[in-house]
Write a protein that binds this ligand. Structure first.
Ligand SMILES: Nc1ncnc2c1ncn2[C@@H]1O[C@H](COP(=O)(O)OP(=O)(O)OP(=O)(O)O)[C@@H](O)[C@H]1O
Length: 620
């Protein structure tokens, strides 16, 4: 997990077009099913639109013919029931199909975002909090999932809005015109409210991610919080982050009430206004489909027709409420999905260029340069690599030595392709490989961090990849985890606690090392970034001999702090401030590099540390 601050990049809500583009993209394999579902849902809604008209026929029939109208009315009522059955036989299966596609979309989005995170360079990850990124992946995939499975609502709203307007037009163009004007005015008000609400939602999402990231930091590092008695301090910090979420939330709560009040009042005014327009301006008895012109003779308004106008007016006004609520949900979806933008725009590591040739004998790296994002070109460029040159020979063991911060881990990460080098010339067996800047295809980096997951020992090592049992046992042996395994009930199936808290620090590191060595079994370059730092000196020497034994033909490049280990290495690569100062045997470097000589004198085999000279060595 990175400890750099949460990214606070501005978020622009995703457009509707973008949402639909992503649905289309991620519904691959089920696009026809999705289109069919939408067609069926539309059909069901259109069928439903005819129901008020059928009801009007039944009521008008009874009003005109009295008891004699009961028979035809019963037929219309039967038709209404049949229409409902028809609606459901389309709607039900279509909803199941629509939601199934939504599940597929969610899976595909979550996988695509995770994939992009995995292809982003490590340097990019170091600038983004893992809790923030995790929140973004969950929020964006859930947002698109919800949007996909709610298409029926949007379709239903569109039809319910247009349908009554068309029906009213057939009944009375004047009423329909008033309805359209009213709907446009109310929609404008809704859009204005939601524009403001969306801005608040962006601020709320950002604050929410900062809160989630901090919570993850504290819960994930609970042992430091408890042992350093940081309970109160962490509670205060978390509370302040939560209050930052509440600030935009409180404002949107108030704005929301204003919005709903306006929508509700204007809806009621619209539906009764339409009934009034119909009664005042439409001549009774000329209503199309109103049945016998009994009303025309008396000048009375036909009840069924009035009921129909009221129903359609209610439907149009009622749908506004639904649209207002859906529009708000869509606005939220646009904002939530936009939180994936950082992941979608993350730089992606180049595909490996170096051929994964297992037969190489010598690799020469020259002019390797790396800059940390944001640090490029500074007068005192910190944390970079400067024109590093290194030759790797098959079967050779190289120890990277240098004061803390010299760039040993940075070099190993750049060689493994986790950091993207700005420039490098790589030649394999004397042949320059155009475009190659790292050794990723032939190398495996085993990191220092012993990240243990809540899973069995086997799962922690293999990550559920099918692996031959003997390869697994060889990796466990090389990492010297076998004596620990003997003591675990259930052995390979023994459960590990989150972060491996049921193991000692050194045991955790050996378990993680076994995972690394298994992953490296086909690699010809092994990059070790102090994966044995938590072991006591004797165990560390023991583990190193086993690793060298297990990889006799590989080139091993290891960052070494305990200089007692140097006897296991052929050469020392001495680094200071991001540069390789010298390469040679221990004896040669003691002669040529005074700083190295001081380190050997104070920390080498048999040395007794002298604080003054140790300081000189660290100052490098
Ligand atoms: N994520 C980062 N962002 C910015 N600077 C960093 C980052 N990681 C390391 N650095 C800087 O890069 C330089 C080299 O760090 P690196 O970890 O490679 O040193 P090292 O030689 O491996 O040190 P150590 O022996 O203490 O592990 C240091 O100045 C360090 O502060």
């Amino acid at each position: 997990m990175s400890t750099t601050p949460v990214s606070a990049a501005a978020v622009v809500p995703a457009s509707l077009g973008e949402l639909y583009r992503h649905i289309w993209l991620h519904a691959q394999g089920a696009r026809a099913k999705f289109a069919l579902a939408l067609g069926m849902l539309g059909g069901s809604q259109l069928l439903k639109l005819g129901i008020p008209w059928m009801a009007a026929q039944a009521i008008n029939g009874i009003q005109s013919a009295g008891r004699a109208g009961l028979g035809p009315a019963a037929v219309w009522i039967g038709a209404i029931l049949a229409a409902y059955v028809g609606c459901w036989s389309l709607h039900g299966p279509a909803r199941v199909m629509e939601r199934t596609v939504a599940l597929r979309v969610r899976r595909s989005v979550a996988d695509a975002l995770y994939g992009r995170l995995l292809r982003a360079p490590l340097g990019w990850h170091e600038q983004h909090h893992s809790g923030d990124l995790q929140h973004r992946v969950g929020q964006a995939s859930n947002a698109l999932f919800g949007f996909t499975q709610n298409q029926f609502i949007y379709l239903q709203n569109a039809i319910n809005l247009c349908g009554p307007v068309v029906a009213l037009w057939l009944l009375s163009p004047a009423t329909s015109t008033v309805a359209v004007v009213g709907l446009v005015v109310i929609s404008t008000v809704i859009v204005a409210f939601d524009g403001a609400l969306m801005k608040l939602a962006v601020a709320e999402n950002q604050a929410e991610r900062r809160y989630a990231a901090r919570l993850l930091d504290f819960v994930g590092n609970v042992s430091s919080v408890l042992s350093l008695r940081l309970q109160e301090g962490t509670r205060r910090l978390l509370d302040s982050r939560l209050m930052a979420v509440f600030e935009p939330l409180r404002r949107s709560i108030v704005l929301n009430e204003w919005k709903w009040c306006s929508v509700d009042l204007s809806g009621v005014m619209l539906s009764w206004g339409l009934v009034a327009v119909y009664v005042l301006f439409v001549t009774p008895g000329v209503t199309p489909g109103a049945g016998p012109a009994a009303g025309a003779a008396t000048g009375a308004v036909m009840l069924g027709s009035l009921f129909m106008v009221y129903q359609y007016a209610q439907q149009a006004a009622g749908v506004l409420g639904t649209i207002a609520s859906q529009y708000q949900a869509v606005a939220r979806t646009r904002t939530d999905f936009a939180s994936a933008a950082i992941v979608l725009q993350a730089p992606q590591r180049q595909a490996p260029v170096l051929p994964a040739d297992p037969g190489w004998r010598r690799i020469d790296i020259q002019g390797l340069r790396f800059s940390r994002p944001g640090a490029e070109g500074g007068a005192e460029e910190r944390g970079g690599l400067h024109d590093v040159a290194l030759s790797l020979h098959r079967g050779e063991r190289l120890a990277l030595v240098g004061p803390s911060g010299a760039g040993k881990s940075t070099l190993l990460r750049a060689l493994a392709g986790l950091y993207e080098a700005k420039a490098a010339h790589i030649a394999v067996d004397g042949r320059y490989v155009d475009g190659a800047r790292d050794l990723a295809p032939v190398a495996t980096l085993i990191p220092q961090e012993a990240e243990i997951f809540e899973a069995s020992v086997r799962e922690n090592i293999t990550f559920d990849e099918p692996v031959p049992e003997d390869a697994l046992m060889r990796a466990i042996h090389a990492a010297a985890f076998d004596p620990v395994l003997e003591t675990l009930p259930g052995r390979l199936e023994a459960p590990m606690a989150e972060r491996g808290t049921n193991l000692s620090g050194g045991q955790r590191q050996r378990l993680a090392l076994a995972r690394g060595l298994l992953a490296a079994r086909h690699s010809s370059v092994l990059l070790l970034d102090e994966p044995t730092s938590a072991l006591d000196s004797l165990t560390e020497i023991h583990v190193h001999s086993r690793i060298l034994e297990a990889f006799p033909d590989a080139c091993i490049v290891a960052s070494v702090h305990r200089l007692g280990l140097l006897a296991h290495f052929d050469k020392v690569v001495f680094m200071v401030a991001g540069r390789v100062e010298d390469v040679g045997t221990v004896a040669e470097l003691v002669q040529r590099q005074p700083a190295f000589a001081v380190m050997m004198a104070t920390m080498g085999p048999g040395a007794v540390a002298q604080p003054a000279s140790a300081e000189a060595a660290v100052a490098g």
